[in-house]
Write a protein that binds this ligand. Structure first.
Ligand SMILES: [Zn+2]
Ligand SMILES: [Zn+2]
Length: 339
């Protein structure tokens, strides 16, 4: 039995280190996963740049983790050795804070956040809370499943929880890591789907992903086009660019919703007029629970939705992260361990 494993640590802000670590046993309620794949997500910046409040380094990033259970801690009965499972951003709620007591676990005030408050999946091995894991269906490879656990879950939950009805006009702003999944979910959830990108090179891709209409935001006013189509019931903003989000409120129908899932560095400027006259709204939404993740995976299998992926060996995590941050990933980077 090899009693060490390789991991990629952030030792100080911006510095990636491939290290050999001693194996540890899962504690009560925990499992140990032999990691097969881990997606690289924009939120990894919280660990890599060291910006998450209270973050302690060194830390292993990564919260789109898929692998097989190789050890069970005490009290874990639901899961089995050898079972393939995944872990997303919310690694486990505390179950005792006010949002948790109200059933709103996503807004737990003291959560286990994978790759931030605990070591994540940029590693050959990871310890996870059993209450935070999702079963992976056989129809998905580990590499395919990984990005669905954060990028997929975030966009799927945002759309399915928005009070929409089949046939509604729904726009997805951004054709990237989140957006290319958001477009597929919007189409397969039964919405009249508009993709908003920048440049005409994204049009074919957006339509191949299921968009009925593509709007090149570099040369056209997306809001005017959406109004010409009757106004959007919802717009999902996936591109981390605050300056392009605010004006989209004008593309919403009365009572329409601007749903923010990307976190831009800049602010979002809003004109109050279309909010007040028409009862439009803007709100954010964050990831989902482990069972939401199983729903995301099941819906992806049902409707044949898959992320577009570039795979990179674990040791090249720094390069994969840089490519993602430069916006060059097509469309999700996934680290593989060779397992
Ligand atoms: Zn993420
Ligand atoms: Zn809580």
């Amino acid at each position: 039995m090899v009693n060490t494993y390789r991991a990629v640590e952030i030792s100080s802000p911006g510095v990636f280190h491939v290290v050999e670590r001693a194996m540890s046993e899962p504690g009560p309620g925990q499992i140990r996963i032999r990691v097969e794949a881990c997606g690289v997500c924009h939120s990894d910046v919280a660990t890599v740049a060291g910006t998450y409040p209270g973050l302690r380094l060194p830390r292993v990033p990564g919260h789109e983790v898929v692998g097989r259970i190789e050890a069970l801690g005490s009290g874990v009965s639901r899961w089995k050795i050898g079972q393939r499972v995944g872990v997303g951003f919310l690694g486990g709620e505390d179950g005792v804070c006010e949002p948790c007591r109200r059933g709103d676990m996503v807004n737990c005030q003291n959560p286990v956040v994978t790759g931030i408050t605990r070591d994540g999946g940029y590693a050959e091995v990871m310890i996870a809370e059993a209450r935070g894991i999702a079963a992976i269906p056989d129809e998905l490879t580990s590499v395919e499943a990984a990005p669905l656990l954060c990028a997929g879950l975030t966009t799927y939950n945002a759309l399915r929880n928005a009070g929409l009805r089949g046939g509604d006009l729904v726009a997805v702003q951004g054709v990237g890591g989140l957006g290319h999944l958001g477009i597929q979910f919007a189409r397969h959830l039964g919405f009249r789907t508009v993709a908003i990108g920048r440049g005409n090179d994204k049009e074919k891709l957006a339509k191949d992903l299921g968009a009925h209409v593509y709007v090149d935001g570099a040369v056209k006013d997306p809001s005017a086009i959406l109004q010409g189509l009757g106004g959007a019931r919802a717009i999902l903003t996936t591109a981390p660019d605050g300056s392009s989000m605010g004006p989209l409120v004008s593309g919403l129908a009365a009572r329409g919703k601007l749903i923010v899932v990307a976190v831009p560095q800049d602010g979002i400027q809003l004109n109050a007029f279309p909010l007040v006259f028409g009862g439009r709204s803007i709100y954010g939404t964050l990831t989902g629970t482990a069972i939401d993740n199983e729903d995301t995976l099941a819906f992806s299998v049902l409707e044949n939705i898959r992320p577009m992926i570039e795979t990179v060996p674990l040791e090249q995590a720094a390069e994969a992260y840089a490519r993602m941050m430069q916006g060059k990933a097509r469309f999700r980077m996934v680290l593989t361990t060779g397992q």
